[in-house]
Design a protein around this ligand. Structure first.
Ligand code: HSE
Length: 428
């Protein structure tokens, strides 16, 4: 039997506690599967005296995560503290410099410092793994780096923030306003300490930037992700999109185009009967399209103790088995600096507006669209309220530039009472 693999775990919140439980409760299974025993040497957290529901007495305690990361009896530093900078980054850097392998769930740290950390890992002969950072329990990093390694990846899409999907689902099935659904998610403890990370699309944007890097061989560039949160999605749009056969999702889409790398995380419409459209509640879904494999759909829990600890343990087991894959699936110095491109691959759009109820109003809107080269696919006018009429339009595929031109021209007609809402329809 090989030497035991000794872990040092920093961060004993939900995920850290989950990892300790798996190591303790599944010791025999983990040994059978990896050929070595998985042990915990030492742990670290902000507070020592707290009942976490697991027995930590046999592990050494370190107040300082950097000291934990560099202990002689730690082979793998498991970073579950979070935060893009500060102690998490300092400890990960210290571990890598000491030649120790690192497993982390820290999407913010990798989204901001992934390239430098990947290079540091390689310089020191260490591996840096992060399955738990993207889509919780779904093994999407492993799928992209290993199972799909023989493909050119064409598009990566994902609903990767369970809280946003929960809010949007409750707006649709419970008829709640955004504010009511947000309050419900808050009461259930779903929101991050800074809710903007969830509803502003930042958390999901971090995840998309990591997937893009692996999929397209590019350096992580979170700043280039076009971000739009769900705060402006209204119950009217949810209802009327549903009426036209769509659901609204906070959808991440990354694709490499002739103009550069498109990365967008924004509310989009998807067909209600598609796998993405069917995704309910706090669940995540990642869709990958490769030139050989076609479309792969992976669905599962994006957060929570068991699913996230499961992903951490997948990485730990790879290290135990001696699998050493580069952080982003290829050597850090071969990752290219992609030109960021505005997401403008032609797509159909959903438009909702309120028009003045007078002769020629609709004709003026149709003319504005036509003159910008935007063709109408479907159109619906609802019951008039007072002297205005709500109108929905689904366009044929068009570029965002042409659409923006049409929106400006529409405003100038004087018949549009409320600024049109325009949402991309992602073909899936
Ligand atoms: N807050 C995230 C979510 C989980 O709601 O999916 C951690 O990334």
């Amino acid at each position: 039997m090989s030497q035991p693999l000794r872990l040092g775990i920093a961060g004993l919140g939900t995920v850290g506690t989950g990892v300790v439980k798996i190591v303790r409760q599944k010791a025999a299974l983990l040994t059978e599967r990896s050929g070595r025993s998985i042990e915990i040497s030492a742990v670290s957290a902000r507070t020592r005296d707290k009942d976490r529901g697991v027995n930590l007495s046999s592990y050494a305690w370190e107040d300082d995560p950097v000291a934990l990361a560099t202990r002689d009896d730690v082979d793998v530093f498991v970073e579950l503290m979070g935060g893009s900078d500060g102690p998490a980054k300092a400890a990960v850097e210290a571990a890598l410099k000491a030649g120790k392998d690192v497993v982390t769930a820290n999407k913010a740290m990798l989204a901001h410092h992934g390239q430098a950390l990947a290079a540091l890992a390689e310089d020191n002969g260490a591996v840096l793994r992060f399955e738990a950072a993207v889509a919780g329990g779904i093994p999407v990093i492993k799928a992209l780096t290993e199972g799909l390694a023989g493909n050119d990846i064409e598009r990566v899409m994902g609903v990767m923030n369970g809280t946003c999907n929960y809010i949007l689902t409750r707006m649709e099935d419970g008829g709640l306003t955004y504010e009511e659904a947000f309050a419900e998610a808050d009461a259930l403890g779903f929101l991050e300490a800074d809710p903007q990370l969830d509803v502003g699309g930042i958390d999901a944007g971090h995840k998309l930037s990591l997937l893009s890097s692996i999929a397209f061989g590019t350096q992580v560039n979170f700043d280039a992700v076009e971000l739009e949160g769900i705060g402006s999605v209204t119950i009217e749009d949810i209802r009327q999109a549903a009426d036209m056969g769509f659901r609204i999702k906070l959808l991440g889409v990354a694709r490499m185009t002739g103009r550069g790398l498109e990365q967008s995380m924004a509310p989009c419409l998807v067909p209600a009967n598609s796998p993405l459209g069917q995704l309910q509640g706090g669940t995540n879904m990642v869709v990958i399209e490769g030139d050989q494999v076609g479309q792969i759909v992976m669905r599962g829990a994006g957060a929570g103790e068991g699913p996230t600890a499961s992903a951490v343990m997948g990485d730990v087991m790879d290290v135990a088995r001696g699998l050493r894959v580069s952080t982003f699936g290829r050597p850090a110095d071969s990752l290219t600096e992609a030109t960021p491109a505005r997401a403008s691959t032609p797509a159909p759009y959903y438009l909702r507006m309120t028009l003045a109820d007078k002769p020629g109003a609709l004709a003026k809107v149709a003319t504005a669209l036509g003159e910008a080269g935007v063709s109408i696919n479907r159109m619906r006018q609802y019951n008039h309220t007072d002297d205005s009429a709500p109108v929905l339009i689904v366009t044929h595929k068009t570029t965002r530039n042409a659409l923006d031109q049409a929106l400006v021209a529409m405003e100038a007609t004087g018949v549009v009472i409320t600024a049109p809402v325009a949402l991309r329809i992602e073909e899936v």
